[in-house]
Every structure is written in structure tokens, then in C-alpha cells.
Design a protein around this ligand. Structure first.
Ligand code: MN
Length: 720
């Protein structure tokens, strides 16, 4: 087992100023926590996290990743908690370890044989930090290396999972070496016969071609030396699984494979790559259609190299890969190498509280992961995008529930069962008591609390995203909904009659409803409320001779509005709300961060029912009782005026940033009310822009435009 000093020595080789204390603390902590556990092999359990850390050290990763590797099994398997780890190692590391604990749940679920494809996507969706994936891959790699002690059935299941989930993931992250090792070890356990057969053929072929390969190798060497190109030449043989895969996919026989052997020529710089290519092509004939220049057009996972196939002295085809040392490292370590080269700074500072910067980097790398260049990868990518509209959560028993993005606890309850949704009164998300209106995140574990006598409220409809939940709520609140539409229908008629200076008396409908083929007055009112029937038609039926054009326009005076909180004394008079659902003399206020036409909204009454505060349903509501919630709808004829909204921005702290953002806003007809700079963090600046917009569509549009600016790393609307 690696001693602490040995581990530190390995890290110091690439990072002389390593934070030794934190590594030492993690080493001691993990060793202590796992002290009375053994692995299936009988070894002390701690050897496992230590090996995982060593794999990552060999990939030259930062302290946070190494520490997370040492701690990766502590929360799940020992008495350690996230809170404790956060206290000892900081929140960053606690989040990494917590991420790994969540991924561990996947292993449990996969035992219940859920589709590999979904699991792979879930893995990406849950992970917001690429380092979690790096540790997970190293964890899996070590488990595969030590799989022989497991029972046969378990070996098979884990190997299959590795082949379907983790090897493609490694590939997507550009980690060629890890991908190959994962593939070959799994292949061995899944189809030992085929593995052995291919291995035997490979050694036989190698034996047959030994002399030839040596000859070509030394010929290349002398050609390069004559042109004064210094290079490292490696001979490579295709891996057993890659051969098997190719034979299967293309239906080829072993003899028909042409690229079993390859030479890799590694040089100092890009110019030399092309020089080498020229030298080889002038000596040997190249196979047309086999030449690929991934230097000028790198693969999406960052891979760069030139591939060509030459025809050797006896007509054999031999693949040649030409690349620089940097490219070689990226091909081997993928994302990990990419990070240390191109974003060395960001990576170095990962231990510091520097989430802004890191998140920009992570976003790029995760984007990288999400893209691919082959048709299969493209397909995969499209599916991934589809998948990213989804949120995957667990029941306490580990059942996976898939919901659309934005879904709440209530949607979850209805997805489990309609009855559960109907009597859902509370919930625990990840063990904490949470409102049933809370939006769910990927990987949340949701426990629903039920009261059999409870019924959903009509207002709940605004807090659900799924059709299933909406239909169920409507069904359960049918009578209530009907009443609500009747009221809205009546308000609409009153408003319309008022336009022509006429008072509306409900009795006039007694002579009218049959004419419009309704069963009774209420069903006619409800129909108007639902916009199925126009109030103008009713008016016309009653006053056939009144010229429509003479009607006054609806006017809401929303001038003189105090910023932030719009207090509307003008509305005290009664009906002139731009909203439906409010009756009587009530003060109407908007939530502090504003509401915008198009938002789903809800009102919260105060205790003496004198004031109502209108919130977007996406906002966190103040503490309230169920009876304080009022269902509010936007008036369908809104006065033309602006509404206030707050936008949060994380931007690079540069000259002219505010100018760039404000020009996007003003050219799109958004007025800026205020710009509040909240804080500066290492080259970034957090700010809040208060804007006045016409509607939600316009607001979303400008937020999307702002996100496109390269100086902006985050932009979203604030609801609270
Ligand atoms: Mn582990």
C-alpha cells in the first residue's frame, strides 16, 4: 500500500507546491473511517480509495480531485457525513464526495436492470463537476482491475455495465487509455472464449510479422533521422475488444482486418507532424480514403492526430498516427490533460472558492462531452439533449422517476400514483422537509408524505409541469374549477358591459343561454371564462343596435407606480385589476422581484385579507397557509405597459461590460431601471439588472441574447 509520503512524492513531481496538509488530512481520515472494513479480496478497504487516488495522481490531477478520490466511499460506507467532510475539507470537496455518493446509488439501481443508456445519461446529468466523473472512472477502473475475486454472476453484471456505461463515457471524455483498459477487462469477463481466441491470434500475428515490423520501424527511424526530425516511435497493436467489436460490426474475419498494427510517431511540434507525413508518403504508397487530419480538425473530445495507412514492402497495410507530445497526452488523459494544459490556472484554483471561473471551464468541458463527431456519437448527442429536458429522481426505494425539467415534488407524487398525488401534503427531498411545490433537481431522492383525507387545491395546477398531474388535479377539483370559470366569465361580462356604459345584470342571461345552446346560466358563464365564447357576442345579443366602435377602451392606469413594489391604490375601486381572481377591496402588490405577463402567477393573501401579494409560481412563496393562496390569472386584455423583472448576471470584470449588456437590452426595447453590482470575485462580477419589459417572451428573449455574449458566464431571472 502506498504510504502518505510516497503519495505526496508522486504529486510533488508534477505539482511542487502541493497542499500537503489537505492530502495528509484526507489520507488519515479515510484510513480511519474505513479502518474496520475489508475488501472482498481480504485486503484492507482503504487500499481501494488509495489506488483510485493513485490512478488520478498519474493523470496529474489537482488536490481537490485526489482528496475526493480518497474520500469517495466514506459517506456511503462509513459513519462520515457530508456536513463533517464540509467542516474538515471545505464545501467544494464535500460537494465532490456527495456527487460521488449520488453516483453510487446508480450502481444499486443498475442491479435492478434499468437501461444502461438511461444510466449513462443520468450520470452526466447528475454530475455538475467533471472531476466527479474523473474519480468515478478511476474508481471503476480499480474495481475492474480487482474484479477477479467476485462471484461469476457479479463479475458479468459489473463488466456489462462497464462496457455499456463507463467505457463510452471515458471515450467521450477523450481518455483513450482508460477506455481501452475498461473495454478489455470487461470483454474478458463477458466473453472469455472470444477474448482468449483473439489474444491467441494476436500473438500469432505478431510473431509472423515481427521481422517486418522491426524493418519498417527502423526504416522510419532512419528516414526521420536523415531529415533531422527528432521523434519517438511507438509500435501499437489493436486491443482485443476493439478487434472483436470491429469484426462484429463490420462482419469481418480476423484476416480481413487491416489495421491491427500501427506505428505512432510523436514529435515536438505541429509543423514536424506534416513534415513526417510528407516523408512517409514519399517513401510508401498511401491507402486512399484512409488519411485523416485530426490536427486541423480535432475531434470533439479534443483528440488531435494525423492518421494515414501506408502499403508496406510486402503489400501489408500499416496504420501510422502522427502527433505532438501535447496531443499524445490529450489523447491519453483526455479531459484531464486538456484541463491542465489549456486551463491550468482554473484547475490550480479549484481548491479556492472560485466557482465562477471553474463553472465557465466546466461548462466548456461538459459541452465538449456532450458533442461527438461520428454519426453514432451524433445520435447519442441528440438523445442527450433530449434527455437534458428531463429531471431524474429517485423514490426512497431507488425507483427512478423521470420528469420534465421544472417539475415539482407534486409532479413526482402524481407520477408515482394519482392517489399519492391527490393526498400529498408534504415531502422530504434528500431527507429534508420541503414544500411540495419545490422544483426537483437531477438525482434528488423524494419521499412523499400523504394524508388520506387531503384533496388537491385548485391553485396546485400552477405548480405542476406534467400533463398527468394537471389532469388529475383538474379532475379532483372539477367543481371548484367550474366555479372559478363562472366567476371569471361574469367579471368579463361586467367589464365588457362597462365599456359601453351599461350595468350588467345577471338576470339578462336567463333569456339568452338557450339561444346559445347552453343548459343553464352557469355553463354559459363558465364557457366565457374559458374563452370558448366571446363576451362581445352576448353583448350583441342583448344590445343588437349598439355600434361596437363607440365603446371606450379598457383603461388601467398604472402610472405613478413606485419602483420595486407596485402598490396600486387605483385598484382599490374594484374591478380594474389586470388580473382575474381578485374580488372586493384588496390592496394588490407585486412580489419584490416583479411579475411579467406570461408568468404563471399566484396570490398570497395576508391574514386579515386586506392585501394580496402576487408572485410568479416559480418564486419561493412566503410562509403561508393553504387558504391564503389565491388562484390568479392575467386579464386577457392587458393594458400596454411595462412590467418589472430582475436579471442576475455573472460577467467577466472588464471595461465596457455594462455597455455591452445595456446595448443588448436597449436595442431590444427593454428599459433599464437599475444596475446593482453585488460583488467581485476573482475577475468576475455578480450583478443584478432591474429591467422593465412588455412581457415574458421579450424577457426570455433578451436573457437568451445576453447569455450569448462571451463576457457573460451566467444569466438568469431572479424570482426572489
Ligand atoms: Mn469505490
Amino acid at each position: 500500500m502506498l504510504s502518505l509520503d510516497e503519495l505526496l512524492g508522486l504529486i510533488e513531481k508534477y505539482k511542487p507546491n502541493v497542499n500537503k496538509d489537505i492530502i495528509a488530512k484526507a489520507y488519515a481520515y479515510a484510513m480511519d473511517k474505513h479502518s474496520n472494513q475489508k475488501r472482498a479480496s481480504g485486503e484492507s478497504y482503504f487500499s481501494h480509495p488509495l489506488h483510485v487516488a493513485e490512478i488520478l495522481v498519474n493523470m496529474r490531477l489537482d488536490e481537490a480531485t485526489i482528496v475526493a478520490a480518497l474520500l469517495h466511499d466514506t459517506i456511503e460506507d462509513t459513519t462520515a457525513t457530508k456536513t463533517e467532510i464540509s467542516k474538515l475539507f471545505g464545501e467544494n470537496i464535500a460537494n465532490l464526495v456527495d456527487g460521488l455518493t449520488k453516483l453510487k446509488k446508480l450502481d444499486l439501481i443498475s442491479e435492478k436492470a434499468i437501461q444502461a443508456e438511461n444510466l449513462r445519461k443520468l450520470l452526466l446529468a447528475i454530475t455538475n463537476d467533471v472531476r466527479v466523473l474523473l474519480v468515478k472512472l478511476a474508481d471503476r477502473l480499480h474495481n475492474m482491475r480487482t474484479l477477479n475475486v467476485m462471484r461469476k454472476a457479479k463479475r458479468y453484471r459489473i463488466s456489462l455495465e462497464t462496457l455499456e456505461i463507463y467505457a463510452p463515457l471515458a471515450s467521450r471524455m477523450g481518455m483513450q487509455d482508460i477506455k481501452e483498459e475498461l473495454e478489455n477487462t470487461s470483454f474478458k469477463y463477458i466473453n472469455e472464449e472470444a477474448y482468449n481466441a483473439i489474444q491467441a491470434r494476436l500473438s500469432q500475428t505478431l510473431e509472423q510479422n515481427k521481422h517486418l515490423l522491426t524493418r519498417i520501424g527502423s526504416k522510419i527511424e532512419s528516414l526521420l533521422a536523415a531529415s533531422q526530425v527528432s521523434a519517438t516511435i511507438k509500435r501499437r497493436m489493436k486491443e482485443p475488444y476493439a478487434i472483436f467489436h470491429k469484426m462484429e460490426i463490420k462482419g469481418l474475419k480476423f484476416e480481413e482486418l487491416t489495421d491491427i498494427f500501427a506505428f505512432r510517431i510523436i514529435v515536438e511540434n505541429t509543423l514536424d507532424c506534416y513534415k513526417v507525413l510528407g516523408i512517409l508518403h514519399s517513401k510508401w504508397a498511401m491507402v486512399p480514403g484512409r488519411f485523416k487530419d485530426y490536427i486541423s480538425t480535432p475531434k470533439q473530445n479534443g483528440y488531435q492526430s494525423i492518421h494515414t495507412t501506408i502499403v508496406g514492402p510486402n503489400g501489408q497495410r500499416i496504420e501510422i498516427q502522427i502527433r505532438t507530445y501535447n496531443m499524445e497526452e490529450i489523447a491519453e488523459y483526455g479531459v484531464a490533460a486538456y484541463s491542465s494544459y489549456k486551463e491550468g490556472e482554473a484547475f490550480k484554483e479549484l481548491c479556492v472558492d472560485n466557482s465562477a471561473r471553474v463553472s465557465a471551464w466546466l461548462r466548456r468541458t461538459l459541452d465538449l462531452l456532450a458533442e461527438g463527431d461520428s454519426p453514432e456519437e451524433f445520435l447519442e448527442h441528440t438523445k442527450l439533449e433530449l434527455y437534458q429536458d428531463q429531471v431524474l429522481c429517485f423514490t426512497p426505494k431507488g425507483q427512478l422517476i423521470s420528469l420534465p425539467q421544472g417539475a415539482t415534488v407534486l409532479d413526482f407524487a402524481y407520477a408515482v400514483h394519482t392517489n399519492i398525488g391527490n393526498c400529498c401534503v408534504g415531502s422530504k427531498v434528500n431527507g429534508l422537509l420541503t414544500s411540495i411545490f419545490t422544483e426537483l433537481k437531477n438525482g434528488d431522492e423524494v419521499e412523499i408524505m400523504c394524508d388520506n383525507s387531503a384533496k388537491p387545491d385548485i391553485t396546485y395546477e400552477k405548480f405542476v409541469k406534467t400533463g398527468r398531474a394537471r389532469v388529475a388535479i383538474r379532475k379532483a377539483t372539477k367543481a371548484e374549477v367550474y366555479k372559478k370559470y363562472c366567476t371569471i366569465g361574469r367579471t368579463k361580462l361586467e367589464d365588457y358591459f362597462a365599456l359601453y356604459g351599461k350595468a350588467f345584470d345577471i338576470k339578462v342571461l336567463d333569456n339568452i343561454y338557450e339561444q346559445f345552446s347552453y343548459k343553464n346560466v352557469d355553463s354559459l358563464l363558465a364557457s366565457i371564462g374559458r374563452n370558448e365564447l366571446s363576451e362581445a357576442d352576448i353583448f350583441k345579443a342583448i344590445y343588437p343596435n349598439i355600434d361596437e366602435k363607440k365603446g371606450k377602451t379598457l383603461s388601467f392606469s398604472l402610472r405613478n407606480i413606485k419602483p420595486l413594489l407596485r402598490k396600486r391604490a387605483a385598484y382599490l375601486s374594484g374591478k380594474n385589476y389586470p388580473l382575474y381572481g381578485i374580488e372586493g377591496k384588496i390592496n394588490v402588490n407585486f412580489s419584490p422581484k416583479g411579475i411579467v405577463p406570461g408568468d404563471a402567477i399566484i396570490g398570497v393573501l395576508d391574514n386579515d385579507k386586506k392585501n394580496i401579494l402576487i408572485y410568479p409560481t416559480k418564486a419561493k412563496l412566503p410562509k403561508h397557509k393553504k387558504k391564503q393562496l389565491v388562484d390568479i390569472m392575467w386579464h386577457d386584455k392587458l393594458p400596454v405597459e411595462r412590467y418589472r423583472a430582475h436579471i442576475y448576471l455573472l460577467v467577466q470584470n472588464q471595461v465596457g461590460v455594462i455597455n455591452k449588456i445595456s446595448s443588448v437590452l436597449t436595442t431590444n426595447d427593454v428599459s433599464i431601471f437599475d444596475v446593482l453590482v453585488r460583488s467581485y470575485v476573482l475577475g468576475f462580477c455578480k450583478m443584478e439588472i432591474v429591467v422593465d419589459v412588455w412581457n415574458l417572451k421579450q424577457l426570455n428573449f433578451v436573457i437568451a441574447l445576453i447569455r450569448e455574449l462571451n463576457i457573460v458566464s451566467r444569466a438568469y431571472r431572479l424570482y426572489n
